[in-house]
Design a binder for this molecule. Structure first.
Ligand SMILES: [Zn+2]
Length: 68
């Protein structure tokens, strides 16, 4: 699975920002999507197999919940 498979990120459910980014927590195998505008974060994915794609999927899931 390549990083190119990463699904499109939905806009931030809080501020509508369209430039959320995946962050990598230094020193830990954790990836998390954080809004570049308001700092809201999606769920973090941790573990040896944490991928950018998983973090994005969690962010999108949260965005859909917050909009419901
Ligand atoms: Zn935001």
């Amino acid at each position: 699975m390549s990083e190119d498979d990463t699904p499109r990120m939905l806009p931030c459910p809080f501020c509508g920002g369209t430039n959320p980014g995946v962050v990598y927590v230094p020193g830990a195998p954790v990836r998390q999507v954080v809004c570049g505008d308001c700092g809201a974060s999606g769920g973090s994915v941790s573990g040896q197999f944490a991928t950018r794609r998983q973090a994005v999927e969690m962010w999108n899931a949260r965005a859909e919940v917050e909009r419901a």
